[in-house]
Each structure stands twice: as C-alpha cells, then as structure tokens.
Design a protein around this ligand. Structure first.
Ligand SMILES: [Zn+2]
Ligand SMILES: [Zn+2]
Length: 285
C-alpha cells in the first residue's frame, strides 16, 4: 500500500524539512509494509503561495474571521516551495521510496494563481482540500464558535459547493478528507447532498476520492463515510489511501482499516499517482 498524504511539519511547529526527517517517515512506512509515501505539504507552508494569494481572506465580509485566517496563514509559512521540491527530489534520486506532492487549498476566485504556483514543478500528486468556507476555517478549533452561529446543513452545503468547484477545476488528482465537516461531530440529518456535490465534481475529471485514517483519530470515523464510498465505486472513481500524518509515527496508520473500508464499498484496488498518472495496485485482503 502507498500512503498518499503526509506532512513533514506538525501544526504549530516548524521542524526543518531535512533528509533525516524524511528518513524517519520512510522507516515507519517500511515497518508497516508500505512500499511508498507521498509528502504532500500544505500550500500555506510556502512563502511563494503566501505572496501569490495574500489577502484572499478579505473576501469574507466578517473581519474577525478574516483576521483569524490571515493569522493562521502568517503563522504557518515556514519555507520555500522551491527548496521543498529540491529536498524531496534529492531523496527520490537517492532511491528513497518517496513521492513529491502538495496539499492544495482551494481558494475560490484564485484558480489562476494556484495553477501558476503548481506550474514550475514535477509533482507526483496534488491533493485538493477545502479547509475554509470564506475565511471560516471550519476544521480548526480556533474557529469553533463560528460553528454555533451557523446551521450545520448550511455549512455542509457551502463546503460541498467548494469541493465541487475544486474538482471541476481539474487542478488536483485526489480530493483529500472528502467529508471533513464531520471533524467536530456536526453532522446534518441528511448527508446525501454533500455526497452528491462531491461525486458530481469528481466525475468530471475522474478525480480520486481519498480514504483518510486521520478521521478515526479526529471523529471516530474514516473520511469519507461509507455511503459516499459505495457511490464512488459505482461511478468507477479511483481511491487513494492516506494517513494525513504530520509526524513520522502516524505514517500508514490504520491502513488495514482503510483497506477494509474500501473493500466493504466494493473496491479491490487503490491508486497512487506518479508524475500525476494513476498507478493502480491491489488492496490486501
Ligand atoms: Zn487537510
Ligand atoms: Zn493533510
């Protein structure tokens, strides 16, 4: 199996993205029987993205939310994407089983800037994520009070529309943690409208749906819910497996459960991406 979603830096910390740190992730991956891992650092870690996208949060009419989002981005910038790419590519050249990836936030109205950010590099995999509705960072505890001001179903609907646009943009290979709004347990009675939005977007370019074991840690359930996965299977959409590890110990965590979740939805294979082309492999089982 291949872990298609990992980060070299935990939130709130900025350990240098060194060869030594990469090797720690690889050692854990090997110990868990994985054959490869993709590093998919957050877009907002990179100075180049900060400069290109600065001020996106001001599109939100609520200055308090915009302020929090700006602060989050300012706190997280930790280096240059050019340097990150060089470090991962050097590890690849030396034979380490690693892939060059990115977790790209969808910033509505800025698809051109995002494409310009991606263009210079030979990515293996680009994940698409929605962490913000306007400037509401709904999966971050700093924004918890905003959940109380909104209807859960409305948040899910807003999120779904953004994921659909993201998938339709064609900029990404896989949709990360597809039903992320369940992270703090806010779940509407009917989750079908979100599944409809995600699937209709993913179907446009055949974007992969990510199975992410971080959901087990955050809310007791894998991302995404099984009904979404079953429908993705019927549409023939590929899946990727992901830990969303931000530390070495979590690489490949609960992949047995991800494989079981995938199999119970009818999947027999998952994919990784190398040079942005799908590489299918059989699920254990
Ligand atoms: Zn994410
Ligand atoms: Zn992530």
């Amino acid at each position: 199996m291949i872990d298609c979603h990992t980060h070299l830096q935990p939130h709130g910390q900025q350990p240098p993205m060194t060869r030594e740190r990469i090797e720690q992730y690889v050692a854990v991956a090997r110990g868990r029987g994985l054959t490869q891992i993709a590093f998919t650092e957050h877009l907002f870690r990179f100075r180049e993205a900060f400069d290109l996208l600065y001020g996106w949060w001001d599109a939100d009419p609520d200055p308090a939310l915009a302020h929090l989002a700006r602060q989050y981005w300012e706190d997280h910038v930790s280096g240059s994407v050019a340097e990150y790419v060089r470090t991962i590519e050097a590890a690849k050249r030396d034979g380490l089983p690693v892939l060059l990836g990115l977790e790209m936030d969808w910033i509505p109205g800025h698809a051109g800037a995002l494409a310009r950010f991606l263009a210079p590099y030979d990515w293996d995999i680009v994940l698409g994520s929605v962490h913000y509705i306007g400037a509401f960072g709904f999966d971050d505890e700093q924004f918890a009070a905003e959940w109380d001001r909104r209807e859960t179903a409305a948040v899910w609907a807003d999120y779904g529309a953004l994921v659909r646009d993201l998938a339709e943009s064609g900029l990404v290979d896989a949709l990360a943690h597809p039903d992320l709004p369940k992270v703090f347990g806010h779940r509407p009675r009917d989750e079908t409208p979100l599944h409809d939005a995600i699937l209709s977007g993913a179907a446009v370019h055949g974007t992969a749906v990510e199975l992410n074991s971080n959901g087990l840690r955050k809310c007791g359930e894998i991302y995404p819910a099984l009904p979404l996965l079953e429908r993705a299977r019927r549409l023939g959409l590929p899946i990727t497996l992901a830990s969303d590890a931000h530390t070495p110990e979590r690489v490949g965590e609960h992949f047995d459960r991800l494989a079981g979740w995938a199999r119970s939805a009818g999947y027999e294979e998952a994919v990784a991406f190398i040079g942005r082309r799908r590489q299918p492999y059989a699920l254990p089982g």
